[in-house]
Design a protein around this ligand. Structure first.
Ligand code: GLY
Length: 258
């Protein structure tokens, strides 16, 4: 079965970290509602939900993706680049322990899970303001023994690697080519976001469908023209906190008990 691990939106959500966006008022109650609907979409796509309680002291804790990289063989607990986010990892590690052996990125290295894109046995890792070269090396040491290749990618103008590129079908990337160096992605097919929608490269693939922000209608048409099923979700309040649809869950396979 496929598990989607999520965490409730914190009442302190409006005090989130912002790097490339200006702060605008966030309607936290609306963000909570949008998050519930997002979770509903994951369930409709066949996921079982494991929802963690909100972390009052951690405004960004809803963005669980940044605190772990979950692979079939292990889960790597990251050390987030933003100091305000380091308190998120402990409860996440506790939640993941029943499902995977854990590896840990140690200080002073930093790594945000939003910077890690898995394509088969390759992990592309964004060298963002949150992920240090040491963090990339630490990840490589943890996953290398399991046969994963780790490839650093330079990016500019966005928070995380997955702000600029995600996998939307077998061998097909959705990309904003203005924010990343696409050289390392070699032979993979690329579908570009509509130029009027620079933030539209973040899509969450579940099975043959993608969960995708409803706001990006032009890019959605491009996905559908490629034959990709799109499940639109309104995440407008979550986007104001510089979070995308991949950030709000960790989706992984588990073996049912018994
Ligand atoms: N607000 C999302 C982040 O900066 O981590």
């Amino acid at each position: 079965m496929t598990l989607a691990l999520t965490r409730e939106v914190s009442p302190s959500f409006a005090s989130c970290e912002l790097t490339h966006l200006d702060r605008e008022p966030i309607d936290v109650a609306r963000a909570m509602l949008q998050h519930r609907r997002y979770e509903g979409c994951l369930v409709e796509l066949g996921c079982d939900l494991l929802r963690l309680p909100a972390e009052l002291a951690c405004p960004d804790a809803v963005f669980v993706e940044d605190c772990a990289v979950v692979l079939d063989e292990l889960a790597v607990i990251t050390r987030p680049g933003a100091e305000s986010r380091r308190g998120e990892t402990e409860s996440l590690a506790r939640a993941l322990r029943p499902f995977r052996p854990l590896g840990v990125v140690e200080a002073p290295s930093t790594l945000d899970g939003g910077d890690v894109l898995r394509v088969g046995r390759t992990l592309f890792v964004g060298l963002s303001s949150r992920t240090s070269p040491d963090g990339v090396a630490a990840l490589e040491r943890l996953v290398g023994p399991f046969g994963y290749r780790v490839v650093g990618v330079t990016l500019d103008g966005c928070l995380h690697l997955k702000s600029a590129v995600t996998l939307v079908a077998e061998g097909t990337l959705l990309v904003n080519p203005r924010w990343i160096d696409l050289g390392p992605f070699g032979g993979l097919e690329r579908l570009e976001v509509d130029p009027a929608e620079p933030h539209a490269a973040n899509a969450l693939r579940i099975g043959d469908a993608v969960v995708f922000p409803a706001a990006w209608e032009r890019t959605r048409r491009r996905l559908e023209q490629r034959g990709i099923e799109v499940c639109p979700v309104d995440v407008s309040e979550i986007a104001k906190a510089e979070g995308g649809v991949t950030c709000c869950s960790l989706v992984f396979d588990v073996t049912p008990a018994g």
